[in-house]
Design a protein around this ligand. Structure first.
Ligand code: ADP
Length: 263
């Protein structure tokens, strides 16, 4: 479903410009530049350790780059000056950008001591300052949408992994983000439970114009929902194209080998 329309809209919504990231001597991202358009759904693929999750974590400000510029819309998260100094945005500025981005994690990360509905209403009430009534009405709607309208009062431990991850998705959507980051959201799940989560995400992709960055090994799903696929290897992009192009006619040998190993 790679509609050129979505990719054509504001092609520079998320920008990574010459971004470096190291952990000790391990160079994880090496002078990485790419951009994502508003409303684009982009899947990051590549071998384990190639830096995909690090990109999502940089956008969440869960980790900092060692150099380069990261921008969301017109707002900088990090900015490298001409003299090479890396200038992080102010706390207030980062909070503003961060309020527009949410992430769904591989291991759900739900609040175990809170019931399902409260997991979903916590951020809208305490971060966005919504009223309890408004947050709960929207929370119910979202939980209905992910097929959990009858589990509002359950605790996470009473749910299957697939159900917990669907709560994770509802919780991420509850803050009305412009950007949704999905980090291997089904890799901790059995295939049957993974399938129900992917169905929810397929429906979401059909009905929203949110910008999405996905890290996934579910290649059929990636092909169905992405406008664009980026193949990573050793901290850089070695191939960038439509799902049709990358999955049917990859140009790079490394991409071909990788795809043979996962499909
Ligand atoms: P991918 O998502 O492609 O599997 P990651 O972005 O998770 O790759 O990791 C890239 C590299 O960075 C790996 O070598 C990993 O071990 C390393 N790494 C990630 N997070 C940390 C951390 N907090 N401390 C040290 N090394 C890390």
């Amino acid at each position: 479903m790679s509609e050129a329309t979505a990719a054509g809209r504001n092609g520079d919504f998320i920008v990574f410009d010459k971004v470096d990231k190291r952990f000790g001597r391990n160079v994880v991202l090496d002078d990485l530049s790419f951009s994502v358009g508003s409303g684009e759904r982009v899947t990051l693929i590549g071998p384990s350790g190639s830096g995909k999750t690090t990109i999502l974590r940089l956008l969440m400000t869960l980790t900092k780059p060692d150099g380069g510029t990261i921008k969301v819309d017109r707002d900088y998260l990090y900015h490298e000056e001409r003299d090479g100094r890396l200038v992080p945005a102010s706390e207030g500025h980062i909070r503003k950008v961060r309020s527009r981005i949410t992430m769904v994690f591989q291991h759900f990360n739900l609040f175990p001591n809170m019931r399902v509905l409260r997991n979903v209403t916590e951020a809208p009430i305490h971060v966005l300052g919504k009223s309890k009534d408004e947050a709960e009405a929207r929370g119910r709607e979202l939980l209905e949408m992910v097929g959990l309208g009858d589990k509002l009062n359950a605790y996470p431990s009473q749910l299957s992994g697939g159900q917990q991850q669907r709560v994770g998705i509802a919780r991420a959507l509850a803050v009305d983000p412009d950007v949704l980051l999905l980090d291997e959201v089904t890799s901790a799940l059995d295939p049957e439970l993974a399938a129900e989560v992917l169905d929810v995400l397929r429906d979401l992709a059909r009905t929203t114009d949110m910008t999405m960055l996905l890290v996934t090994h579910a290649m059929k799903f990636a092909r169905d929902v992405s406008h664009r696929v980026l193949m990573f290897n050793e901290g850089n992009i070695i191939e960038d194209g439509t799902p049709e192009k990358i999955f049917n006619e990859p140009e790079n040998d490394r991409t071909r080998t990788f795809l043979r190993s996962v499909i």
